[in-house]
Design a protein around this ligand. Structure first.
Ligand code: AMP
Ligand code: ZN
Ligand code: FE
Ligand code: FE
Length: 281
């Protein structure tokens, strides 16, 4: 059986509801899933309830960003307690700054000669973590560009005229806050930054627990390489498609990666240990 531990819902920048994702995962015969929206837990309770009804193992998650050596590095927090106060305070701060940033992106678009009504962005973003994919989608709907990818290439990407950096947390902060909320921190899609064993060793020293080995953008060589690195460093392994529904060029990729289900047991074990440690305090 296979699993998929990296999924976005309409709570952030995906296009499927938690219930739709779970139904599709069950139909495909997956044994476990994790919902990992950017900066919000808004999809978790619906996802958990739907998964329970389908007898699918469910892991609550969240995807956070940090600047590390000049790059926007993503960290997945798994098994985090979605009621943890400090984590929720941080998430709220991140979501509020996303909203301000989206307004600034719209302003910059206007300066670049593209008039995008704010209502068009709000109309696309149904959840509470506003991101560039929503702005991109609105640009497609308004006929400014043909595709989401084109919106990133021409306007929203790092070198684009409407690029506004995102407010992010410090890497240490992410590790601390994830651990404080009883969770496990995994380095998302490491091939995006091409990080190797040296950098991952540094991250491990700072608190990283796991590496995302399987991802839609990882080649078979990446998978093999990161498996090897995780084994050498004694890190846990995770994997997921990073499905965003229809808001990414690969489309609905949920469950397409053949991620072995035996990665899940060790994650549950570690989460149990962390929880036991928290209760000792
Ligand atoms: P944000 O968190 O608002 O900076 O948006 C980042 C999200 O945009 C990522 O998680 C991806 O889902 C998406 N993204 C980044 N680059 C691209 C791209 N070139 N084409 C489509 N989606 C992208
Ligand atoms: Zn995303
Ligand atoms: Fe990511
Ligand atoms: Fe993601």
């Amino acid at each position: 059986m296979t699993v998929d531990l990296h999924l976005h819902t309409i709570a952030s920048d995906g296009t499927m509801t938690p219930t739709e994702l779970v139904a599709m995962a069950a139909k495909q015969g997956l044994s476990a899933i994790a919902i990992t929206d950017h900066d919000t837990f808004a999809g978790i309770s619906e996802g958990r309830a739907a998964a329970k009804a389908q007898r699918l193992e469910f892991i609550p998650g969240v995807e956070l960003s940090a600047y590390f050596r000049g790059e926007d590095v993503h960290v997945l927090g798994y098994f985090v307690d979605e009621h943890d106060q400090l984590l929720n305070t941080k998430l709220k701060q991140l979501r509020e700054s996303r909203e301000l940033r989206a307004h600034r992106i719209v302003e910059k678009l206007s300066t670049a000669g593209v008039n995008l009504p704010w209502a068009a962005v709000e109309n696309v973003a149904q959840g509470d973590a506003l991101g560039r994919p929503h702005v991109a989608h609105a640009l497609v709907q308004q006929g400014v560009v043909q595709t989401i990818s084109e919106a990133f290439e021409r306007y929203l990407g790092r070198d684009g005229p409407a690029y506004v950096p995102k407010f992010v947390l410090d890497l240490e902060d992410i590790f601390d806050v994830v651990h404080g909320a009883g969770g496990i921190a995994s380095l998302a899609h490491p091939a995006h930054w091409g990080v190797g064993i040296e950098t991952i060793t540094t991250l491990k020293d700072r608190g990283l627990d796991a590496v995302e080995v399987w991802h839609i953008d990882h080649t078979p060589d990446d998978v093999e390489g990161y498996l090897e690195i995780a084994r050498k460093l004694g890190l846990l392994i995770t994997g997921g498609s990073d499905c965003h529904g229809l808001r990414k060029k690969q489309g609905v990729v949920l469950g397409t990666l053949d991620i072995p289900d035996d990665i899940v047991g060790p994650l549950f074990e570690r989460a149990k240990e962390i929880r036991a440690g928290r209760q000792d305090h």
